[in-house]
Design a binder for this molecule. Structure first.
Ligand code: MF3
Ligand code: CO
Length: 260
């Protein structure tokens, strides 16, 4: 079932989204060579608690996962695409780091992610991939207008990603957001324009292109049961916003999140 949100419910998701954006911005400021992903996780945990919110990932246990998710953020490095578990791993200059975060505030959720080059420099191909993930996300947001369809968003995202030669991720994409972090509908990162669910005001969805440098769409799960890695070892980038469809056009509920 797809639950359209009232104006005040969209506002509530946006209040959660403001915390997500602020915490990601603070995490971004601490990203540097030598820092561990566990330290970034601890920082996020403190800030979320201080803001009166709850980290949505911590303890999340979908049926396919062997254990509940143990982190507050996902921190995915290099060939890790998404769902990297924070821990003792130290960031190195030139790593591609993706940080994903969702929080619940007063019962309502928002979800966002960014990717960046650790130390601010690295392989220009990695910088181009991060920039393309952002452009794919922006294209998806621009297509999220009332009267269009879910396939228009998927098509917009996929077209930008494929034009750069990037792989996507089989069976992974965005999702409805609201009372729960994952709600209907699923939002594919590739699709046919003019097809699928009509976009109506009050629909709140997370758009999240996940790009693979190697061009393949296949992936593998790490032994930790969570981390999703490219099957060819190539690097990956992830960008995500939670948005609402409104009469006045797409409204980004996690505005202010870092973009690189
Ligand atoms: N933003 C991620 C997604 O929508 C959430 C990660 S799942 C978790 O897939 F377990 F880490 F919470
Ligand atoms: Co998401």
């Amino acid at each position: 079932m797809i639950e359209l949100k009232t104006a005040s419910e969209v506002d509530a998701c946006e209040a959660a989204g403001k915390i997500v954006a602020d915490v990601l911005t603070a995490v971004r400021a601490e990203v540097a060579p030598g820092v561990t992903t566990g330290e970034l996780d601890a920082l996020a945990a403190d800030l979320i608690t201080g803001a009166g919110a709850r980290p949505s990932f911590l303890g999340y246990h979908p049926s396919w996962a062997p254990v509940p998710y143990p982190g507050v953020i996902c921190a995915s490095i290099n060939d890790a695409v998404v769902h990297g578990i924070p821990g003792r791993e130290r960031l190195r200059s030139g790593d591609v780091l993706s940080v994903d975060l969702a929080v619940h505030l007063d019962g309502w959720c928002a979800d966002a992610a960014f990717s960046t080059l650790v130390g601010g420099t690295g392989d220009p191909r990695d910088a181009a991939m991060i920039e393309t993930a952002e452009r794919a996300l922006a294209a998806g947001v621009a297509a999220a207008v009332a009267g269009a369809r879910l396939g228009d968003i998927a098509h917009a995202i996929g077209t930008v990603a494929r034009a750069g030669g990037y792989g996507l991720l089989d069976d992974h994409g965005g999702h409805g957001v609201g009372r729960f972090m994952h709600e209907s509908p699923s939002v594919a990162n590739e699709g046919r324009p003019g097809r699928g669910l009509p976009l109506r005001p009050g629909l709140v969805i997370a758009l999240e292109p996940m790009l693979q440098a190697g061009g393949a769409d296949t992936y593998r799960h790490d032994r930790d049961g969570w981390t999703i890695r490219t099957s060819d070892g190539s690097r990956a980038a992830h960008a995500e916003h939670t948005i609402a469809i409104t009469e006045g056009g797409p409204r980004v509920l996690t505005a202010g999140r870092p973009t690189s």
